[in-house]
Ligand binder design. Structure first.
Ligand SMILES: NC(=O)c1ccc[n+]([C@@H]2O[C@H](COP(=O)([O-])OP(=O)(O)OC[C@H]3O[C@@H](n4cnc5c(N)ncnc54)[C@H](OP(=O)(O)O)[C@@H]3O)[C@@H](O)[C@H]2O)c1
Length: 234
């Protein structure tokens, strides 16, 4: 897909990986709507990027977010399902309210965003959905019960949508970042960055590269590792 003039909606576009994807797409001439829940932070980041802001929670407001974004853009070519969060909890610590809220954003939110975007892709005769999953969609680990289950769920949905949507020329791409230096998990996004660990722009590079492939083909899944993240650790 040539991203010049492409109409793109990036959920969780007010920070981290989503903001970097929005920035790279804008640099290629795409028209971008960014979404997030915190309206103040979203408006500030959108103004900085030169994107349009649509506030809302993907877990509860997906239909309204897609409606506002498509009204602004006059349709939709790309949905980036990036909004997501996680918290480490051992099995003993498992909090059902936290688990449910995480699932509502990471799984149900992504699904409802895709559902409401689909009519716009059908109208355009093409489309792309990028699901930002994780290496936690590939392998479980201690304290990962809730988060990995949401990302395995997103991976399962990616395969279902690929099966359903290829005949409609809609490409569904799963991106699996390993650890990326963002505010994820309550970390300070302004902290000094380790030069050997992944940054949001690395994930944006992979995402944009996958999207830019000619529409005749697509990359179903892409995993990004840091080459040598251990070398800077004391
Ligand atoms: N950082 C990593 O190491 C890493 C690794 C693999 C995968 N990932 C995945 O990459 C994605 C982005 O993570 P990140 O590291 O960029 O995190 P981040 O810096 O914390 O940014 C998360 C973004 O999502 C938004 N968001 C969260 N919940 C939302 C909701 N319910 N509705 C709408 N927007 C919501 C946040 O804004 P508001 O809080 O204002 O809503 C923010 O814009 C997530 O899906 C994450 O699971 C991250």
């Amino acid at each position: 897909m040539n991203l010049t003039h492409a109409r793109m909606l990036v959920t969780g576009g007010s920070a981290g990986i989503g903001a970097a994807i929005a920035q790279s797409a804008l640099e290629r001439g795409a028209r971008v709507v960014v979404n997030g829940r915190d309206e103040g932070r979203l408006e500030a980041r959108a103004a900085e990027l030169g994107a349009h802001a649509v506030a809302g929670d993907v877990g509860t407001d997906a239909e309204a977010i897609v409606a506002a974004a498509t009204e602004h853009l006059g349709g939709l070519d790309v949905l980036v399902n990036n909004a997501g969060w996680g918290r480490r909890m051992s099995l003993e610590e498992l909090d059902p309210d936290v688990f449910e809220a995480m699932w509502r954003t990471n799984v149900l939110g992504a699904a409802m965003m895709a559902k409401h975007a689909l009519p716009h892709f059908r109208a355009a005769g093409r489309g792309a959905i990028v699901n930002i999953a994780s290496t936690a969609a590939k392998r479980g680990y201690a304290t990962g019960t809730a988060y990995t289950s949401t990302k395995f769920g997103l991976a399962a949905m990616t395969q279902c949508w690929q099966a359903e949507l290829r005949p409609s020329d809609v490409r569904v791409i799963q991106i699996n970042p390993s650890e990326v230096q963002t505010g994820f998990g309550g970390r300070d996004p302004e902290r000094a960055l380790d030069p050997k660990k992944l940054r949001s722009e690395d994930i944006a590079h992979a995402t944009i590269t996958a999207l830019e492939m000619d529409d005749r083909g697509f990359i179903p899944e892409l995993t990004i590792w840091a080459t040598n993240p251990w070398s800077a650790e004391g």
